[in-house]
Ligand binder design. Structure first.
Ligand code: SAM
Length: 234
């Protein structure tokens, strides 16, 4: 795993010292072990995890400026993309949120064991954590929901002037268009869609970059049942 990470990060143009590579690999090892006894992620093979979890997450650092930012990872699961971002950029203040307690337990325990004790791990639904409203520079999210719904989970957490970064499949133009009304309603503006290839693979991914241009109206986010039943589709 170390070699794949080393080569992949170099291919992305990202600097990582041996301690950071070691921390990522140790996190990967914990993930492999934990996956044997609980269903944390469908990717179980370490080399595949190196590419499709760690390098895919790291690629975000080449697509937006994370320097010194407060970052929330919504629906982080086993810690992706948030934890690799924090390992590679120790100046990020990271909060990860997931609605499944055992996933947050894994991330919390692993971070504590690997010297990442400043990562805040919250077990809960993003739309219910109202105390976090408009308190992050950047919200990131991967594989959680379609953009019209995801925007309502993420944009309320972002400060005006901040970014919401949605990791998507490359054919996401239709989804981005469908999400346009929700994004605008919640105070955002789709700035662009950036595309990238995960190093060492032919896997193409996209990043929908949304700017928060004004505050989210007080009636959002709604309860999940409402978000799902009546997504903001215009
Ligand atoms: N982001 C991780 C990744 O890419 O490996 C996990 C993706 S997993 C398919 C989706 C995760 O989103 C699940 O762990 C689920 O518990 C979480 N989730 C779904 N809705 C959520 C919500 N409203 N608030 C917090 N977490 C949520």
């Amino acid at each position: 795993m170390e070699m794949i990470l080393r080569e992949g990060l170099a291919a992305l143009g990202l600097r990582a010292d041996e301690a950071q590579i070691g921390t990522l690999a140790a996190y990967g090892e914990r993930l492999t072990q934990a996956n044997r006894v609980m269903n944390l992620t469908a990717i179980r093979e370490p080399d595949e995890a190196a590419r499709l979890h760690f390098l895919d997450s790291a690629a975000l650092l080449t697509l937006a400026d994370f320097a010194g930012k407060s970052v929330v990872d919504v629906g982080s699961g086993a810690g992706f993309p948030g934890v690799p971002l924090r390992v590679l950029r120790p100046d990020i203040r990271l909060t990860v949120i997931d609605s499944v307690g055992k996933k947050m337990d894994f991330v919390r325990d692993s971070c504590a064991a690997l010297g990442l004790g400043d990562v805040t791990c919250l077990w809960g639904r993003a739309e219910e954590l109202t105390e976090l409203r408009e308190s992050f520079d950047i919200a990131v999210s991967r594989a959680v929901a379609e953009l019209p719904l995801l925007a309502e989970l993420c944009l309320p957490l972002v400060k005006v002037g901040g970014l919401f970064l949605a990791m998507k499949k490359p054919d996401c133009d239709g989804e981005a268009a469908r999400g346009g009304f929700a994004v605008r309603t919640l105070g955002g503006r789709v700035r662009e869609i950036k595309r990238y290839t995960v190093p060492g693979t032919d896997v193409a991914h996209a990043l929908v970059v949304v700017e928060k241009v004004k505050p989210t109206p007080a009636q959002y986010p709604r309860r999940w049942a409402q978000i799902r039943k009546k997504p903001l589709l215009g």
